[in-house]
Design a protein around this ligand. Structure first.
Ligand SMILES: C[S@@+](CC[C@H](N)C(=O)[O-])C[C@H]1O[C@@H](n2cnc3c(N)ncnc32)[C@H](O)[C@@H]1O
Length: 300
């Protein structure tokens, strides 16, 4: 089965999700994703029957509401999207000005899921950008009209079939979610790249909020102390260049690099470099880690 995804989203783990879920333990009571974005890992885990209960959370409320509507009311999301998408051909505005009108409406409070989806479908590489006032300020991809409504609808229904009735949605800071996890849960964390949000770096505004490194490490120490299994995607390297700080050894994590393919940025600069994404698994998952590394050594 081709695993469905709703819309492009910068930072999505859709491409490397199959590598990530190899590290999952054999029994998971509940998969918790505190930085779920477009839920690529939960969607694949459901498709592969890795688990039957999911908690997805993201600080970006319109985004999580969009995913919730996708799962619980796919027909509503698909028809709302179709209306907005068709609207760009039924107006006196050209399709670029139409995008800015929808963006303006969104920033003025019309934050419904269909509008969020349309904005994501129309911006370059699904890259969200917010200004310091929290307004969506990414510009549109002028060469495209955004994913066709039929494709959105097909994917929304497929995602719904995988997650409906099994998924709990929240929009809170990740620390609140971690505090409520319990043994038996597997927590998969995909925080923003270091330095990609207003809070951490005022010059980079990819996400609505950021994650402070020391605070994040302190949260992982708490999970270790409470015996909660977790997996973290955290930066990585492009070619030989390490991106971001590594998670400290005192956490006793297992660390591997996943080949995420050619770096889009390096390609733009005329270089051919592979991006490797770091994956850390908590100490309890050591046997699974060794199994995966062993398989990798045998079969490449
Ligand atoms: C790299 S993206 C996750 C992508 C996701 N794995 C996917 O496949 O689509 C990181 C997400 O963390 C969210 N985020 C940033 N700060 C957060 C916080 N303090 N608490 C919860 N979520 C946060 C962002 O809104 C963003 O959607």
């Amino acid at each position: 089965m081709k695993v469905p995804h709703l819309v492009q989203y910068q930072g999505s783990k859709r491409v490397i999700a199959p590598e990530i879920i190899k590290f999952f333990p054999d029994k998971i009571d509940r998969l918790v994703e505190p930085f779920s974005g477009t839920c690529a890992v939960s969607i694949l885990a459901a498709a592969e029957n890795k688990c039957n209960k999911f908690w997805v959370n993201d600080i970006n409320e319109p985004l999580i509401k969009m995913m919730e509507e996708c799962v619980n009311s796919p027909e509503r999301l698909a028809s709302g999207y179709s209306d907005i998408w068709e609207g760009q051909f039924q107006t006196d505005l050209n399709h670029i000005d139409y995008f800015y009108k929808v963006r303006e409406e969104f920033n003025c409070g019309m934050k419904d899921s269909a509008r969020m989806l349309f904005l994501l479908a129309r911006v370059v590489k699904g890259a969200v950008r917010y200004n310091v006032r929290g307004e969506f300020n990414q510009s549109c991809d002028k060469r495209r009209y955004g994913t066709r409504p039929q494709i959105i609808s097909d994917n929304a229904f497929k995602i719904s079939r995988l997650l409906r009735g099994k998924t709990y949605f929240t929009s809170k800071d990740y620390k609140e979610i971690l505090a409520l996890t319990k043994p038996g849960d597997l927590v998969y964390m995909d925080p923003p790249y270091q330095g990609t949000s207003n809070r951490v770096n005022p010059r980079d505004n990819r996400y609505i909020q950021g994650v402070d490194f020391e605070e994040f490490v302190a949260e992982l120490v708490k999970l270790n102390n409470r015996g909660i299994d977790f997996i973290v995607s955290y930066d990585g390297r492009t070619g030989d260049k390490i991106i971001g700080k590594s998670l400290p050894e005192e956490l006793h994590l297992n660390h591997i690099y996943i080949n995420a393919g050619l770096s889009a940025q390096a390609t733009l600069n005329g270089k051919k470099e592979i991006t490797y994404e770091s994956l850390y698994t908590s100490e309890n998952l050591r046997s699974k880690h060794d199994e995966c590394v062993q398989l990798e050594l045998c079969f490449g």
